[in-house]
Ligand binder design. Structure first.
Ligand SMILES: Nc1nc2c(ncn2[C@@H]2O[C@H](COP(=O)(O)OP(=O)(O)OP(=O)(O)O)[C@@H](O)[C@H]2O)c(=O)[nH]1
Ligand SMILES: [Mg+2]
Length: 512
């Protein structure tokens, strides 16, 4: 079975009954009710100037979050869907202060109206952007910033214990694998009742266009580096995947204006020698010159929006056939790596949104009970244990984390297969089975039979220790899940109108 909304809500309600006289616990528990019903909460985090706010804008598809070099994100800011724009400061003392919505060159001006960063717990931005309907995006101050308090605030956010601001999943931006980055990810990993949070984290090698000094093949170099981290770096135990991303290209692509396209086309159509001269360095690009009719201001604007790499790439894409602004926009987004980030978020985070929430909330309730013991909590702990054991969605998250951080003594291919089967490469049956997206049902069935036989025999072998056997049984259960997904899909094709199992997996999940 899957953990459903009603089961998890009942546990939260039972806990509210037990802790009714403890205002702080009541507040935290009440916040879990809201969290269960909300879309996935996805935080973007990382060191100062890693490109967090820029990537967040690219994900939203609008330039809302302030990003200019001079400003840094000082306070945790939530961006969530609202039919009208609204900005509220949420103070530590519980007050909610409404602020006027002001924009400068499109971006929000997050003016705190005299309140200090110490007083403001977070800023709550409601915004009428479609992409926020399915995800709440959370921008965070850079860690290891010059200001110690900023770092502390951000770290608190991910080691929040039971503050209402906890995220369900995180995209961690790193420019290089750097000691601070790893320390930060490790802190995040250790939060949930000592269990790994690996399953919540995607690492992104950010500002990928700057790798290899902005040469046109920079994105390829970034992809190679990401691949190396993915395979053998320490990151494997800390994040489910590592992808390269150039947020500035993604943001520029998603918010490209016609006037910018015309200026970029102008550059693309220049005589080759003159174009090469102009695009050689930032200095050349912004200098007064007779080579181009574009004003210095327009060129500076392009540089701010796309970077020199972005301008070079856009010119190459236009010459390669992207002859309208919408074609260029699509190509820039494709090149930026944003599509891979979005696909990962859909597959791994949104696809498991309810399980991720349930896991976090059940862990927090359990911790509350252990930290503030009461005489009548045995039933509560038993319910949590029962639900965790019975819910295969939750079990899969634990298995995945275990395979990543403390793998059993099985050979590398078998471990990789186990990881894929429990959903490490995507939740659809074909992904789990390690088949191509267009594999016919007969091939899927054949593979299921083979995997069931293999993993059952491993589980039952006298050479397999108890712990590993338990893991193998979990894997068998996931293969069975894929099989029932296939059967139900067959029935759906036959026209009996039943819902495909893959849609039912997160039954009760608000954000499935
Ligand atoms: N070349 C390049 N520059 C980028 C990219 N992403 C962000 N930048 C630039 O890097 C600077 C910092 O970007 P932000 O998005 O504000 O970074 P941040 O991580 O939110 O910064 P803080 O909130 O201050 O920690 C800005 O000048 C961006 O234009 C990228 O993919 N490529
Ligand atoms: Mg920022």
């Amino acid at each position: 079975m899957s953990a459903g909304l009603s089961e998890v809500s009942r546990i939260v309600d039972d806990a509210l009954g037990v802790y009714a006289d403890d205002a702080a616990s009541v507040e935290v528990l009440e916040s879990f009710r809201a969290r269960l019903r909300e879309p996935l909460r996805l935080a973007v985090a990382g060191i100062v100037k890693a490109g967090k706010s820029t990537l967040l804008n690219a994900l939203i598809g609008e330039r809302i979050a302030p990003t200019d070099a001079g400003e840094c994100t000082r306070t945790i800011t939530w961006y969530r869907y609202g039919s009208t724009a609204r900005v509220d400061l949420r103070l530590h003392d519980g007050r909610r202060i409404s602020r006027p919505v002001r924009r400068h060159e499109g971006r929000l001006v997050l003016d705190m109206g005299g309140y200090t960063a110490e007083e403001v717990a977070w800023i709550d931005v409601a915004w009428p952007s479609e992409s926020l309907r399915s995800t709440v995006l959370i921008d965070t101050p850079g860690i290891a910033s010059l200001s110690v308090e900023n770092s502390v605030r951000s770290t608190d956010f991910f080691i929040p214990r039971d503050t209402p601001t906890a995220a369900d999943a995180i995209i961690y931006l790193l420019r290089h694998v750097h000691a601070e980055d790893l320390k930060f990810l490790e802190a995040f990993r250790d939060t949930a009742a000592g269990e790994s949070q690996t399953v919540n984290a995607l690492a992104a090698l950010s500002r990928a266009d700057e790798i290899g000094s902005g040469r046109i093949d920079s994105l390829l170099s970034a992809a190679k580096i990401a691949d190396r981290y993915r395979r053998d770096g320490e990151l494997r135990a800390l994040a489910l995947d590592v992808v390269p991303v150039a947020g500035l290209l993604a943001e520029g692509g998603r918010t490209l204006r016609e006037s910018e396209f015309i200026a970029l086309r102008h550059i693309a159509l220049m005589d080759r020698a003159a174009r090469d001269r102009l695009l050689l360095t930032v200095d050349r690009f912004t200098r007064a010159t007779d080579d181009t009719a574009l004003s210095v201001d327009v060129r500076r604007g392009l540089l701010r929006r796309f970077g020199l790499f972005g301008v070079r790439l856009a010119a190459a894409l236009i010459r390669g056939g992207a002859t309208t602004s919408s074609a260029l926009s699509d190509r820039l987004v494709q090149q930026s790596g944003l599509v891979e980030v979005q696909r990962f978020v859909d597959d791994q985070f949104r696809g498991r949104a309810f399980a991720l929430k349930a896991r976090g909330i059940l862990g927090s309730v359990e911790r509350l009970v252990r930290e503030r013991p009461r005489p009548n909590t045995a039933g509560l702990l038993a319910s949590i244990e029962r639900l965790t054991a019975q819910s295969h969605d939750l079990r899969e998250l634990s298995l995945l984390a275990e395979l990543r951080t403390a793998p059993p003594a099985l050979d590398a291919d078998t471990l990789a297969e186990a990881e894929r089967i429990v959903g490490g490469a995507g939740l659809s049956p074909v992904r789990r089975l390690g088949l191509g997206d267009d594999a016919p049902p007969s091939a899927q069935r054949e593979r299921i039979d083979h995997l069931l036989a293999h993993w059952r025999s491993l589980a039952e072998s006298p050479l397999t220790d108890r712990h590993t056997a338990d893991l193998c049984r979990g894997v068998v259960r996931s293969v069975e899940g894929a099989a029932s997904g296939l059967l139900t899909a067959d029935a759906g094709e036959a026209g009996d109108g039943r819902v495909a199992a893959s849609d039912a997996v997160l039954s009760g999940g608000p954000a499935a």
